[in-house]
Design a protein around this ligand. Structure first.
Ligand SMILES: [Zn+2]
Length: 268
């Protein structure tokens, strides 16, 4: 009995210190992993990824990815500065890369390491479409969805084991959860779809960031319609298995566009 009370107090304390507020939506989230841990895991995985994958040799398309990324970065930094939250981006060292791969995928790690796969470019079609994808992925990162997903996974798998113990004694489990949380888990059979809550949040934030950067948020509807049309294939693309796309999602995006248009019209 006493042990149960102690555990409750422990969880309450963890909750107090691990609670974080998502920008724009104001939602409270539980992030158990120290951001330094998230950043160092990101850098390790990112370096490993760049060693194993080929950067695009197409200078025009590489330049497009870097330019769209840099404009969205500026918008995100502006937004966080306006909210007095610049501290949260202090350790970010943004990078935007285009990688040669038929895979339909893109991601952004905590710390601002963004990778777009050439396989998604036929679906993004132009800079506005690319800004939809990059804005959405950057939104997942700055809203710390990965930390939240890992925290949920760790709680589910480790129960009452202290996090520091988990990180030290179960590095493989932690690493696999990390891969799954960032959509890199396919080869480990651990692909987790983002929850609807995280998807809606990333759509909302992503549309605002792209609009602030001067990209037309209305492009999101066409992009997600093209993604939905891809669903029919035998093996759904990586991006689709982590980002389920359906009528509800597109409807939700349509309802978010008027708010984003206010930022878009101001950006001109
Ligand atoms: Zn997403």
């Amino acid at each position: 009995m006493r042990k149960a009370i102690r555990l409750c107090i422990l969880f309450f304390v963890i909750f107090l210190f691990a609670c974080n507020t998502v920008p724009i939506t104001g939602r409270q989230q539980l992030n158990l992993l120290p951001s330094q841990t998230m950043l160092s895991m990101s850098l390790t995985q990112y370096d490993q990824f760049l060693k194993e994958n080929q950067l695009s040799r197409d200078p025009a398309r590489t330049q497009m990815v870097k330019q769209v990324g840099a404009r969205i970065q500026k918008a995100v930094e502006q937004y966080f500065a306006d909210q007095g939250m610049s501290d949260e981006l202090a350790d970010y060292a943004w990078e935007f890369n285009l990688v040669e791969s038929d895979e339909i995928n893109a991601w952004c790690m905590p710390g601002g390491k963004v990778v777009v796969y050439t396989g998604i470019l036929p679906l993004t079609q132009d800079e506005n479409g690319l800004a939809v994808v990059m804005g959405h992925e950057i939104a997942h990162a700055v809203a710390q969805h990965g930390n939240e997903r890992m925290s949920q996974g760790l709680l589910a798998q480790m129960g009452g084991v202290a996090l520091s113990v988990a990180l030290e004694t179960r590095p493989e489990t932690t690493r696999q959860l990390w891969m799954a949380a960032y959509g890199l888990g396919a080869q480990y059979g651990l692909v987790l779809p983002y929850s609807r809550l995280h998807e809606n949040e990333a759509d909302q934030l992503g549309l605002i960031f792209m609009a602030m950067a001067g990209y037309d948020p209305r492009a999101a509807v066409g992009f997600w319609q093209r993604m939905a049309a891809k669903k029919g294939g035998q093996s759904p693309p990586e991006f689709l298995s982590t980002h389920p796309s359906d009528k509800n999602r597109i409807k939700n995006i349509q309802s978010l566009i008027p708010e984003a248009m206010i930022y878009y019209n101001k950006s001109g």
